[in-house]
Ligand binder design. Structure first.
Ligand code: GLA
Length: 378
């Protein structure tokens, strides 16, 4: 989607010029999955694929939206206590409400939006939507919220208006992404550090299983509840503060399921730190090894994989890919692969053929380019 195409749609629909165009990206995550809501570390990067919106205040109390990719429209009043029922539009409605709750004087506006973050692929298309509108409304209505607060606007939107009890990773990176860098965020303290990502001889490739992943109504919230139960029994705020010794001591009092969920999370904390150490040494083979271990944990202990994702990871291993694992919440969506240059061609052609042969549908290969966070485009 480029801004000119959006502007054309905007003019056709609202019959006027003006306004401004904003963009916010989707993301990848190198490692640190399901750790954010446990107060742990994540290691994401923004991608080039963005959600873009052309927005113009209209001087009324009404918000009028048109989602180009879905061919859907919606209108609601900014003081409507219920908001639209269609889930897709509740993302924008939630952002409007959360901005106003933080004192930003949002008025009615017209907006047309669309983008190229694959929907339901685990690349955070919904966070891109929230971050784009949060960033834009803050600027257009003279708000003074910083990027971290704008990320919270998106996260609260998910919690209160959509019903996904997500962590902060997706919205954080959609607002803080930087071209050529991954970011390690400590979700307990909110501190973050940029890591230049130029793995010589390797690249990241996302493979979309095209199994549609929906976190709304998925067992995502159940996973979070398991973690919270274990943390409460250990007497700590989040699993980040739970040691291996504490977990083992608690084991007899935990259900097998809760124990395995927590074991995955503690293991993932260790793996993020191992990856940071490996990156300092330029040891990408070790980074890849940790990624495979993450996949195993996500599949067996955390149980957020599916046959298609397990197949993609196994194929990667067979093709000599350095590291591969589920990316994002799971239950469908993508794998992320760290591929060394001399295996790349063979892997990409093999995986597409064998996936089609096994499941009867194609998977999609998405090369990863690390891009910038939310911004004004025009
Ligand atoms: C989704 C959520 C994030 C995070 C990941 C799993 O993308 O939105 O907050 O929990 O799943 O790492």
């Amino acid at each position: 989607m480029d801004s000119k195409v959006l502007l054309r749609h905007f003019e056709q629909r609202f019959g006027c010029e003006g306004g401004a165009c904003y963009a916010a990206p989707g993301r990848i995550n190198l490692i640190g999955e399901h750790t954010d809501y446990n107060g742990g570390y994540v290691f994401p990067g923004a991608v080039e694929q963005c959600l873009m919106a052309w927005i113009r205040p209209n001087g009324t109390d009404s918000v009028r939206l048109y989602a180009v990719d879905l061919g859907m429209e919606c209108e609601f009043s900014i003081d409507d206590p219920q908001g639209p029922q269609t889930v897709h539009f509740r993302y924008v409605y939630g952002v409007v409400c959360e901005m106003m709750a933080r004192g930003v004087k949002v008025g009615g506006f017209d907006a047309v939006y669309g983008g190229d973050v694959p929907l339901g692929a685990g690349m955070s298309s919904s966070a891109a939507l929230e971050s784009c509108f949060a960033y834009a409304l803050n600027e257009l209505y003279g708000g003074d919220l910083d990027r971290m607060e704008l990320a919270r606007v998106g996260q609260q939107t998910e919690h209160k208006y959509v019903g996904t009890k997500c962590g902060i990773m997706d919205q954080f990176i959609s607002l803080h992404g930087r071209e050529g860098s991954l970011v390690r965020l400590d979700c307990r303290s909110g501190e973050y550090e940029y890591f230049p990502w130029q793995p010589e001889g390797y690249s990241l490739v996302v493979v979309n299983s095209c199994v549609r992943h929906e976190l709304v109504g998925s067992p995502y919230n159940d996973r979070r509840e398991s973690c919270e139960r274990v943390a409460a029994q250990a007497g700590v705020e989040t699993l980040r503060n739970c040691s291996w010794e504490q977990l083992e001591a608690l084991k007899p009092r935990l259900s097998d399921e809760d124990y395995r969920r927590a074991r995955y999370v503690l293991g993932e904390e260790d793996r993020v730190l191992a990856v940071c150490e490996a990156l300092k040494r330029g040891d990408y083979e070790e980074v890849g090894r940790q990624m495979y271990l993450t996949h195993e944990g996500l599949s067996k202990d955390y149980e957020v994989s599916c046959a298609e994702l397990d197949f993609l990871v196994e194929e990667a291993r067979r093709c000599g890919v350095t590291g591969a694992r589920i990316m994002g919440g799971g239950f469908g969506g993508c794998t992320i692969n760290l591929v060394c240059d001399d295996r790349r061609e063979a892997f990409l052609s093999t995986v597409q053929k064998s996936y089609k042969a096994r499941f009867g549908v194609g998977c999609k290969v998405i090369p990863v380019v690390i891009g910038n966070g939310a911004r004004r485009v025009k």
